[in-house]
Design a protein around this ligand. Sequence first.
Ligand SMILES: [Zn+2]
Length: 313
Amino acid sequence: MTTWTGRTTDLTVSLTEHSGIDRAAHHRLDEAWLAAAWSHPTTRVFVVSGGQALIDDTPEGTTELVTTPAFEAPVTETHRYFLGTDDDGVSYFALQKDSLPGRMDQSARPAGLREAGLLLSPRDAGLMVHAVALENWQRLHRFCSRCGERTVIAAAGHIRRCPACGAEHYPRTDPAVIMLVTDEHDRALLGRQVHWPEGRFSTLAGFVEPGESIEQSVRREVFEEAGVTVGEVEYIASQPWPFPSSLMLGFMARATSPDITVDGEEIEEARWFSRDDLAAAFESGEVLPPFGISIAARLIELWYGKPLPRNVT
Ligand SMILES: [Zn+2]
């Protein structure tokens, strides 16, 4: 089998780059330290709401998270998440609120991770993905899974505690596998999900089930969705995907049988593409180039051997 890991040096996956932020988890239970950090003049705060934060374009042509000093931050009825510190000792917090604050300057705009992840620096993207993941988990885990009582936020956003039974609940992450399958002719298997717009094809993907290794999960998902059997499986990279709480584990996989039988429920159509097939399909508009931050586009690019055309729609 082709070994892909030697070719991945240029593979940058959004939301996974080194952010330069130390999460400093040992401070999360230290209320005195957190209070001092919050009131420190260099501390920066941003609001996260419904998976969105405010971003703004700089005169230098970059895009950044809109942050404020803590003393300007709206603190009432908020959840405060401590996200970490940078090399200069600056502390970062996110405030979860029901809506984003209004801004006097009109250039700042709300954005979700799918947009912001393409625009922000690794530092800001890392801060935002941490905050969005915490917000999603907090929103969906307000009650104790052991006794049903309402839980309360603790550890600067990283624990929910049950006052009735004492249980501590930690943020959950759901592993999912995403894989580009190739065959003996070096063609790639791409599929169309039932609810996707016309022309959209991508890698197959699915959730890891209880009691299953990630390699088993890759083989099961490909067989369930496309009827293709898979032999060797090679891990490439991972990507936090808090929509609402996944961790995407990216693989290249090698088919041992080329015959396709789609399940018809999740996957409507699957096809083998050679590089020339795919280039021609992009050219004719039959297949839409993948767009966005997803590791799916990076896996396809790794096989394709050059940057994919950008989908500007
Ligand atoms: Zn409980």
